[in-house]
Design a protein around this ligand. Structure first.
Ligand code: C5P
Length: 235
């Protein structure tokens, strides 16, 4: 397969065309942004770590019956994926209050939710990804009710698979964000699953091992991403 011209450059990834119209070639960057692009920086080796961690999670999910856009790794920081028509809804699943939820509802970070919370955000850089409900999604024609029901069910299943797998590695899955898209009409999980898009806390010390170390200037950002990779793969 051939890597062709760049189609798009996002905040954390570049997307290239390939000689196969059904497949895109993704390159993960070391660039890091937070607060809708207001904070910018780089995290050494983040591109490689997020590519490898995402590939690891997409394989784990495939083994458990969840299909994603992931096809194969091409290098340490590159993967080939199925082309998706992205549904502009970011789906956040939360087990423990943190980040914007803790702030919005006045909960102390670390409060265990009595049930899993699924939220939808409108994927729009100009608007800063506002929280939306199912009526907004229908009114704006972002997705059909059937698609949203499937998306919610998949998101909850992803949560169970990842949570159990991470618990065996002494990591708490606090929350995470998923994106979905359509590939020839089939709903698939897209984007990435990495310390950029999830919150992972050490089960015992509650140390943060994710992008909050960058967002909050906690230091040792690269080390935290490496630690997640090490716990998953032993490497
Ligand atoms: O900031 P907030 O608490 O709403 O984030 C919830 C989860 O979604 C976190 O794991 C965060 O990393 C992820 N997220 C993301 N991309 C966004 C917003 C949130 O990956 N644009």
């Amino acid at each position: 397969m051939l890597k062709k011209e760049q189609l798009y450059e996002g905040k954390a990834k570049k997307v290239y065309r390939t000689d196969n119209p059904d497949l895109y070639w993704i390159e993960y960057k070391d660039d890091a942004t937070a607060f809708n692009g207001l904070k910018k920086g780089t995290i050494a080796n983040k591109g490689e770590l997020n590519n490898l961690i995402s590939a690891y999670f997409f394989r784990l999910l495939a083994e458990n019956g969840i299909e994603s856009h992931f096809v194969e790794e091409k290098s340490e920081r590159e993967m080939v994926v199925k082309s998706l028509q992205i549904i502009p809804v970011e789906v956040v699943v939360r087990n423990i209050a943190a980040g914007s939820l803790a702030k919005r509802l006045g909960l102390e970070e670390g409060t265990v939710m009595s049930r899993t919370v699924v939220e939808n955000y409108y994927k729009s850089d100009e608007l800063g990804d506002p929280l939306i409900n199912s009526d907004h999604i229908r009114a704006l024609n972002l997705a059909t009710p059937e698609q949203m029901a499937d998306i919610r069910a998949i998101a909850l299943k992803v949560n169970e698979i990842l949570r159990a797998h991470l618990a065996e590695r002494e990591l708490d899955l606090i929350d995470f964000k998923l994106e979905f898209g359509l590939h020839n009409g089939q709903l698939l999980l897209g984007d990435e699953i990495s310390p950029d898009t999830c919150r992972f806390w050490d089960k015992n010390t509650k140390e943060k091992l994710d992008k909050d170390r960058f967002r909050r200037d906690l230091g040792n950002v690269e080390e935290a991403y490496k630690e997640v990779y090490r716990r998953l793969t032993g490497r």
